[in-house]
Design a protein around this ligand. Structure first.
Ligand code: IMP
Length: 209
């Protein structure tokens, strides 16, 4: 097994995502975050699809560092809004203003979704969280996976936990919004958890080949 294969960069500054990858993918891998490598100019998430963004980030960081790199892109897709907020989920209500708290943006994004869905009946409020993962080396893409979580958009915020659109994303099978789930419960069903679980056997096969 060559040394390059055992060092994998998770192209994120979010320590939670690195810990999640490490815990779920484990294996004979040294997991690195962006804080562990030389500073690289941020790669814009300006693609038209989650797949494009994940691929662009994974290849971009792999080329810049020479490392195998995993990148993700995720967001909320609402059927009645023709797939919006989609790839602009993080900035659906506008770009972040100076001094804005993340939670403030989350609330504004939620308010916009609820307003656009006003008067839409429950059976037409179907939505999904989507997470696309891409593992690339500098030369090419190695693995791509996608995980989803199906649900319904509520009419009001329910629950205190999680982030982003969690308080308005109702999971019928659990009779709760994602913001009412403990993080372990969320990981077990989430789009990101599902994408990581699909990646795991493919990565193991690749590094033990
Ligand atoms: P990113 O892929 O981390 O950039 O996430 C993009 C945006 O999608 C986030 O800022 C959230 O608004 C939304 N999003 C992604 N995953 C989740 C989730 O698990 N819960 C709630 N919102 C999410």
């Amino acid at each position: 097994m060559c040394e390059e294969r055992r060092r994998i960069l998770v192209a994120t500054t979010n320590p939670g995502k690195i810990a999640e990858m490490r815990a779920m993918l484990g294996g004979d891998v040294r997991w690195l975050g962006l804080a562990d490598v030389e500073e690289i100019a941020e790669i814009a998430e300006d693609g038209a699809t989650f797949a494009e963004n994940a691929r662009k980030k994974a290849l971009g960081y792999a080329k810049a560092t020479g490392l195998w790199t995993i990148a993700d892109d995720s967001g909320l897709v609402v059927d009645a809004l023709d797939g919006a907020p989609g790839v602009i989920s993080a900035r659906f209500s506008g770009e972040k203003l100076e001094g804005d708290e993340r939670t403030l943006i989350d609330h504004r994004n939620i308010a916009k979704v609820l307003e656009l869905l006003e008067g839409i009946p429950e059976n037409k409020r179907t939505a999904r969280f989507v997470c696309r993962l891409c593992l690339a080396r500098p030369e090419n893409v190695l693995i791509e996976t996608e995980g989803t979580l199906e649900g319904l958009i509520t009419t009001v915020e329910i629950g205190e936990d999680g982030f982003g659109y969690d308080p308005i994303f109702f999971v019928p099978g659990l009779n709760k919004t994602v913001a009412q789930l403990a993080s372990k419960e969320k990981n077990a069903i989430s789009h990101r958890g599902n994408a990581i679980r699909k990646l795991q056997p493919l990565l193991t096969e690749l590094i033990t080949r």
